[in-house]
Ligand binder design. Structure first.
Ligand SMILES: Cc1ncc(COP(=O)(O)O)c(C=O)c1O
Length: 372
């Protein structure tokens, strides 16, 4: 279906095209090469961590990161159910158990009180997300993690560039992941990264993302032998992909500024309409609006009305604990009242850096038409 207004649009320019074109034309280094390290350097400068490791997705970054924190069989990891399924699945990848905690209604992130209730003697880590680019109550979660000697691992897939005060999301926990999938703040099509200050974690990531290989040179162009010291995956970001990432990350601040301005304009319009409620981030919270989500009365009818008028909306997220896999295969039975209530009302509206004011006006007009 072609939409009058799509949910998202990738923001790209000639620099993206030229960077990829140059790498293609080199006829070499499409897999491994220097652009990966250059992209990683830009990521760690941006977030303000000592290390960044690029991955071929946010999901593979999560998988390797839990391994690097030695999370394994018998351990529990506290996760939200109101998230993309990869967050909850990542403990399963390493044999651990995801334990769902409820969310709070202000940021739609993990509720610190609910997290406290879910801690057991098996808990090894707390794994919150920053929903749609809005920081969660990460300072409160950090206190809990410190009190109970748990790892705090931030799933910042949706929140590159978000901050609380001057402190960037991705620097509150022991380590964090980012995603560069196509609807994220910046994108390489598919892609991800880990950011951390821990050298030990970084070194483990380097092994597990590339077959457990000790990388001392470019594998494809070096005559030197390579040794493999543990079991590993191919979770590497390609050099070709990283060249796109370099062009994208240079636009990060511009993209965030555009998203915030357009979101503020939409919020101003929606505040005048009863029936739909934009989320209001707490003071000092710098929301980057990867998603522009609202709580809507008669949500499903509302979505149909918008679709009939060519405007795409989407539900981010239906709860993970209610999916077939968690309910029927893994036999989860959870009580998460806020998650279930919010997920019945949540709806994400179109938002992208170069959405036109006239398009926002049209969205607001159709919302007004529906709610009267
Ligand atoms: C909160 C969250 N975690 C993890 C992921 C997984 O990232 P990727 O799609 O890059 O594997 C996503 C992406 O959709 C996400 O939104």
């Amino acid at each position: 279906m072609s939409w009058k207004i799509p949910l998202f649009k990738i923001y790209w320019d000639e620099d993206d095209v030229n960077n990829v074109k140059n790498e293609i034309e080199s006829g070499m280094n499409w897999a491994v090469g220097p652009q990966v390290e250059e992209f990683e350097n830009l990521i760690k400068e941006e977030i303000g961590t000592k290390y960044a490791a690029a991955f071929n997705s946010g999901t593979s970054a999560l998988h390797s990161l839990l391994m690097a924190h030695n999370i394994t069989r018998g351990d529990e990891v506290i996760v939200p159910s109101f998230t993309f399924i990869a967050t909850a699945n990542s403990p399963l990848f390493v044999g651990a158990k995801p334990v769902f905690a409820d969310i709070e209604e202000e940021t739609l992130g993990l509720d610190p009180e609910s997290v406290n209730e879910m801690i057991s003697d098996k808990t090894k880590a707390i794994l919150p997300i920053h929903y749609g680019g809005c920081p969660c109550k990460i300072r409160e979660l950090k206190e809990i993690a410190e009190d109970h000697d748990l790892f705090l691992i931030e799933d910042a897939a949706e929140a590159m560039g978000a901050k609380i005060g001057d402190k960037k999301i991705g620097t509150f926990g022991d380590s964090a992941i980012l995603s560069f999938c196509q609807n994220k703040i910046i994108t390489t099509g598919e892609g991800g990264a880990v950011v951390t200050d821990s050298q030990e974690v970084y070194e483990k990531l380097n092994l597990s993302r590339s077959h457990g290989r000790l990388e001392h040179a470019n594998y494809f162009t070096s005559l030197e032998p390579f040794d493999y010291i543990e079991l590993g995956f191919n979770f590497r970001m390609s050099n070709l992909t990283a060249s796109l990432g370099i062009a994208q990350i240079k636009k990060l601040n511009k993209i965030i500024k555009m998203r915030r301005e357009k979101s503020a304009y939409l919020t101003e319009k929606l505040n005048k309409i009863d029936g739909i409620k934009p989320l209001v981030p707490p003071k000092d919270y710098y929301h980057v609006y990867q998603l522009y989500s609202t709580l809507a009365d008669k949500r499903d009818e509302f979505m149909k009305h918008m679709a009939d008028n060519g405007i795409m909306t989407k539900v981010y997220f239906d709860p993970v604990h209610l999916t077939h896999f968690y309910r029927n295969v893994l036999k989860y039975e959870c009580k998460l009242p806020v998650t279930e209530e919010i997920s019945k009302k949540i709806v994400t509206l179109p938002m992208f850096p170069d959405i036109k004011k006239s398009q926002i006006d049209l969205i607001a007009r159709e919302i007004k038409n529906f709610y009267g």
